[in-house]
Design a protein around this ligand. Sequence first.
Ligand code: ATP
Length: 194
Amino acid sequence: MKVLGLTGGIGSGKTTVANMFRELGVPVYIADDEAKKLMNSDPEVREQITSLFGEAAYNNGMLNRKLLASRVFSDKELLEKLNAIVHPAVGKHFEEWKKIQTGVYVIYEAAILFEKGGYRKCDKNLMITAPLEVKIARIMARDGSTRKEIQARMNNQWPDEKKAKMADFILSNIDLAETRREVRKIHQMMLNGA
Ligand code: ATP
């Protein structure tokens, strides 16, 4: 079974596009969501996180996301250690998930697909783009974030130009009807063995 990697900067429309593929019957794995779930549900991950952050990492059995976020915010090394726990667990979980899917291909969605090397497990990669101001306006409307907060999050991601060089497909998501047409085209190419 083939894997189509799906990525794009914040506000580009990854989730929107992933849902369009889902409507076409393609199984979709959202790596960020699964990572959050595994941090709560995988005993091995829980144990490793507890030994890294202490018992306070979990509150009534649930991950104390605030504590972790504040600890890794100013400590790059600690963030890398956390990633070294979570990323392999997600990779393993994805492989298990993939085994029980049916169809020609599945989608692996990750915001930092290229940055963190997840693209290597994908046969093809699709990058979603939108103009910077459009992305900012979408996130402001969706989350109520400030321009400054959005810019800070964007600074953690590679610029589109760099990612575009590594992508097999680039989809400009501005008009939803046009995006849907493009999704159908890419779907057809994947079905045809792209
Ligand atoms: P993030 O990385 O922040 O999770 P994302 O790339 O997954 O973002 P979405 O959540 O799909 O992006 O889209 C961001 C917001 O913009 C959502 O509220 C979505 O409904 C809206 N949106 C996405 N695409 C379009 C479009 N083509 N036209 C209008 N609104 C759109």
